[in-house]
Design a protein around this ligand. Structure first.
Ligand code: 3PG
Ligand code: MG
Length: 422
């Protein structure tokens, strides 16, 4: 992945996204942190099974911020949530295994774990910390105040440090105490990953190099109505693929066999079509598909033209003509925003269309001909399967926050960084 120039937002005088004026966000660039206690909010909401951390991407992606602060002589206190625990300590949502993983990923740095994020235990742990050392605090969501955006809880957290750095873009759609309320009580800055995420999304959605295309895949139209509505106003081309394509075909009166379809969404689909037309956005529907009688790995399949899908078959992937058409289109666009696989990639071989297209986008991105930006859990999993995450221009660590940005919403934690002057 190419590095994002974090100074770009300020130097370009980028216009506000939604109601957020980026130029008001303070970055850690040049910030003096020597001897200071810096609270760093990260998103370590990572998969853990039997105490073993699975995918470490979210941990690795915040290490540049932590290392930058340590190199500047700071003591670093790391805050995160994990899962959705109710109340009290739950063994399967403790952050302890992540402290061990951090220590492994940061050889030579002392990483300790503190069993509470507030109270005496937290205060004592933080007092014992020396410059150049890291401590990870226990799950923020063990405290009710976190999700309630409680100012008293936020004040307690803020009191542990001198400076606050938010590097948890993937949590920015939550107005929670450790990302929103806290910014009212302590000088607050955006971390390197936070800046990279919002810069990449701003470049793709609000200030793209044109022509700009978005690929919207995934299964249900109903969960992406806002995304589709917002994107039709901003993109030059919007590719509708994956399960949601069938509802569009159905709305156009075409045969879709037993493909996943939401007939109740037809009026909305028609509105989206009209909205696209009004804004000069070309809606691109695949003109052929891979169809199968069942959705299972290794099911028999064949190629079928749009509109000719037999009654007892369903769409499982995009077809070869459509893949060729999209490859041609990729060569003509400057920016590609990808959210959602174009086929049922969980069942082999129906990830083929997605992987071929991802590899083509990655090739163009690597040659500097295309800015390719992707986000969302399934999309990132598919990119990893295709083996090309490294070649995309930017891959977001966010799921829900990425989607809400595509919906055109203002993310509360990003807004808090822009107004905070504590
Ligand atoms: C995520 O994994 O998308 C974020 O950490 C947010 O988690 P949440 O949906 O439980 O708030
Ligand atoms: Mg989530």
């Amino acid at each position: 992945m190419n590095d994002i120039d974090v100074s770009m937002i300020k130097s370009s005088g980028a216009a506000p996204s939604g109601k957020v004026d980026f130029s008001r966000i303070r970055t850690i660039d040049g910030l003096d942190v020597r001897g200071k206690c810096v609270l760093v909010r990260v998103d370590f909401n990572v998969p853990i099974k039997d105490g073993v951390v699975g995918d470490t991407t979210r941990i690795e992606r915040v290490l540049p911020t932590i290392k930058h602060l340590l190199a500047g002589g700071a003591k670093v206190i790391v805050l995160s949530h994990l899962g959705r625990p109710k109340t009290g300590t739950m063994t399967d949502t403790t952050l302890k295994p992540i402290a061990d993983k951090m220590a492994e990923l940061m050889p030579g740095t002392k990483v300790s774990f503190i069993g509470n994020c507030v109270g005496d235990e937290a205060r004592r742990g933080v007092e014992a910390l020396k410059p150049g050392e890291v401590a990870l605090l226990e799950n923020l969501r063990y405290n009710d105040g976190e999700k309630k955006n409680d100012p008293d809880f936020a004040k307690e957290l803020a009191a542990l440090g001198d400076i606050y750095v938010d590097d948890a873009f993937s949590t920015a759609h939550r107005a929670h105490a450790s990302v929103e309320a806290i910014t009212h009580f302590i000088p607050s800055y955006a971390g390197l990953l936070m800046m990279a995420e919002i810069t990449a999304l701003d470049r793709a959605v609000e200030h793209p190099q044109r022509p700009v295309m978005a690929i919207a895949g995934g299964s249900k139209v109903s969960t992406k109505i806002q995304v589709l509505t917002n994107l039709t106003a901003r993109m030059d081309q919007l590719v509708l693929a994956g399960g949601m394509a069938s509802t569009f075909l159905f709305a156009k009166g075409m045969e879709i066999g037993k493909s996943l379809c939401q007939p109740e969404a037809v009026p909305i689909v028609k509105e989206i079509m009209a909205h696209a037309e009004k804004h000069g956005c070309e809606l691109v529907l695949p003109n052929d598909f891979i169809v199968a009688k069942e959705l299972k790995a290794g099911a028999d399949w064949h190629v079928c033209k749009a509109g000719e899908i037999p009654a007892d078959e369903m769409i499982v992937d995009i077809g070869p003509d459509s893949v060729a058409d999209l490859k041609r289109r990729f060569a003509e666009i400057k920016t590609l925003l990808w959210n959602g696989p174009v086929g049922a990639f969980e069942w082999e071989p129906f990830g083929a269309g997605t992987y071929v297209l991802m590899r083509e986008a990655a090739r163009l991105a690597k040659e500097g001909k295309l800015a390719a930006i992707a986000g969302g859990g399934d999309t990132v999993a598919a990119l990893n399967n295709a083996g090309v995450s490294q070649d995309f221009t930017y891959v977001s660590t966010a799921g829900g926050a990425f989607l809400e940005w595509l919906e055109g919403k203002t993310l509360p934690a990003v807004a808090a960084l822009a107004v905070s002057r504590a």
